[in-house]
Ligand binder design. Sequence first.
Ligand code: PAF
Length: 293
Amino acid sequence: MTSSTTPRLVTTPGELRAALKEAGRVGLVPTMGYLHEGHARLIGRARTECDTVVVSVFVNPRQFGPREDLSRYPRDLTRDLGVAGAAGADLIFHPDVDVMYPPGYATNVSVGGVSGPLEGASRPGHFDGVATVVLKLLNLVGPERAYFGEKDWQQLAVVRRMVRDLNVPVEIVGVPTVREDSGLALSSRNSYLTPEERERAGVLSRALRAVQAAAERGERDTALLLQAGLDVLAGEPGVSLDYLAVVDGDMAERARVDNDSMTRVLVAARMFGVRLIDNLPLLPEQTGDGDGA
Ligand code: PAF
């Protein structure tokens, strides 16, 4: 299949299956829509590596907590078709909620270990919702590769774990985070913020960089590494910190860190009423881009 500027829109598993007959190597980019440059990078990467690029646009209710932003999550399918098409997508799969979870739906995918701490502790059930919908999308599309942003680092770890544990025949590809000029990681939720708030929210990436800088200077004591980031965050009154943590590839925190390439510093904070997350490799030369499943 060749890329076109307007991708084909399909909404049911039957249409999807028919559209993917003789599709060659399929790449899947799972999204919740309201696409931005970060998504465009995922789609662009898939375009260079696959014959057919499928983008799923589905705001998955099962990964939102009862007091989270499901009802106001930004949605704009027309815009998404334009962004996805320009980035090289062939197909948009945009199912209704009852297509994905019809009446009587009763199955949940729960990944142990990596799902537990950090986001898992702050957002109970979130990763079950993510794992469930991602497995369904992988089963529906049957891609050779699936592309996820590194901004959601723990999500990437959960998906990799699930794919390994359940022998899902797909390669998971992590793609580096795209940032605004302020350093703020691109996210559909940034649309909740004013330009001034987005500028101020750049403090999260500056805190991560401060931790990185301490690691580059040779610091390996986790408490001291984190203090470098906390000092930066203390200068911005708008930050309500959820966590700042240095973790290994299993999302475990250690008192001291080594030079393991999967060591990462992660932050989550509420700023101006919006929950924001970000992360960086502890040492900047590490990409964290694993070899997939
Ligand atoms: O990262 C996201 O946008 C979502 O968590 C995902 C992977 C599309 C599952 O709904």
